[in-house]
Design a protein around this ligand. Structure first.
Ligand code: PHE
Length: 357
């Protein structure tokens, strides 16, 4: 320990290490740099293992390495010497890194060369097969539907799978004790929350948030208390379509549906409309299609003009705007398009099934 008396006569205590730092000059930094460089030059050719090479790298360039420590001295130099010292140190670091890399390749390539003398690669052997994954058929169908509507200027919207009774029923003109609730036999979570039974509540949520005009499709998972069989599943997927604007009519709705069905199934599928009832649309329709391989008409979606009561509920003026909507089941669409006769296949994750799409 050393004591020195500073100019204003205060006694300052200085540790030994500080003294070294205090005395850093460009000259002795230069010396230290050349010492390190010389020792690397001397040591490297004697190293014959890659692990020793790595050890030396850590010793020099690691967090506490010799070169790294030298960088820390930069701040102790008089400011005018720092740029040149920094340059010297960077050169040292570059040189050391390059020398280490060079030695490493020399060590690594030596065994390779002898190996290639004794062994040959048989390029006629078949390669290893790496199977590619792909989207689940239900996702593919959903994407296809989205694609068709995105081209028509729709945007995709989503809503929660756990819904309140208000959004799943009441706002859609299905009050408590209304017999229509039986159509949507539900899984309740508590007194007022349930797993949504259709994607129609997303219509309400989006209309509450935005002003007309509005063009959305809402894909998503839905839940109903149905026993599982070849055509029913308690978990399934729907896509909802909603368009609200001035002067929309049932004819516009039919046109959009026809366009969509042609795009999705192709021209060989026939289509027909019939009357139906939903509490949230008036009038309501049902859409059937007949695939070329079948003689039966199969229902693919429910649709209709949004009931003025629903528009009012979200604060829209039914005298100013009208709207139409439909809801379709993705499983049903996939089954018809790919001739699948059992809905359970979608949920079993059997690769023999999934690979076919
Ligand atoms: N939400 C209805 C259902 O799940 C389908 C539907 C949607 C009907 C929109 C009309 C309009 O059965």
């Amino acid at each position: 320990m050393i004591f020195i008396v500073s100019s204003n006569c205060l006694l300052v205590k200085i540790e030994r290490a500080d003294i070294i730092f205090l005395m850093v000059t460009l000259k002795n930094l230069r010396q230290q740099i050349s010492t390190v460089a010389a020792s690397v030059e001397e040591q490297l050719p004697q190293i014959n293992e890659t692990t020793r090479c790595e050890e030396l790298r850590v010793h020099l360039l690691g967090r506490k390495g010799e070169v790294t420590q030298l960088f820390k001295l930069l701040g102790k130099l008089p400011p005018q010497d720092r740029p040149i010292a920094g340059q010297l140190l960077n050169e040292l670091k570059k040189k050391v890194t390059a020398a280490l890399a060079c030695r490493l390749t020399a060590l690594g390539s030596a065994p390779q060369q002898s190996q290639s003398k004794t062994e040959r690669i048989d390029i006629t052997l078949p390669g290893t097969y790496h199977p590619h994954g792909h989207f689940h058929p239900l996702s593919q169908v959903q994407q296809k539907i989205e694609e068709i509507f995105l081209r028509m200027g729709f945007t995709v919207a989503v809503g929660p799978e756990i819904e309140t009774e208000y959004y799943n029923f009441e706002a859609l003109n299905i009050p408590a004790h209304h017999p229509a609730r039986e159509e949507w036999d539900s899984f309740y979570i508590d007194e007022t929350h349930l797993l949504r039974t259709h994607t129609s509540p997303v219509q309400i949520r989006i209309m509450e948030e935005r002003k007309p005009p509005l063009r959305i499709i809402c894909p998503g998972r839905c839940y109903r208390r149905d026993n599982q069989d070849a055509t029913h599943s308690p978990v399934f997927h729907q896509v909802e379509m909603l368009w609200v604007e001035k002067q929309l009519s049932l004819a516009n709705l039919k046109y959009i549906i026809e366009l969509f069905v042609k795009e999705f199934f192709g021209k060989r599928y026939q289509m027909r409309f019939s009357a139906d009832f939903f509490p949230f649309t008036e009038p309501s329709i049902q859409v059937h299609i007949r695939p070329p391989y079948s003689t039966d008409w199969l229902e693919i979606m429910g649709a209709g003009m949004v009931d003025p009561i629903v528009l009012q509920e979200v604060g829209y003026d039914p005298d100013q705007v009208t709207g139409f909507a439909f809801g379709l089941g993705i499983e049903r669409m996939a089954m018809l398009r790919y001739k699948i006769d059992d809905i359970r296949l979608f949920f079993q994750n059997d690769l023999r099934f999934l690979h076919q799409f």
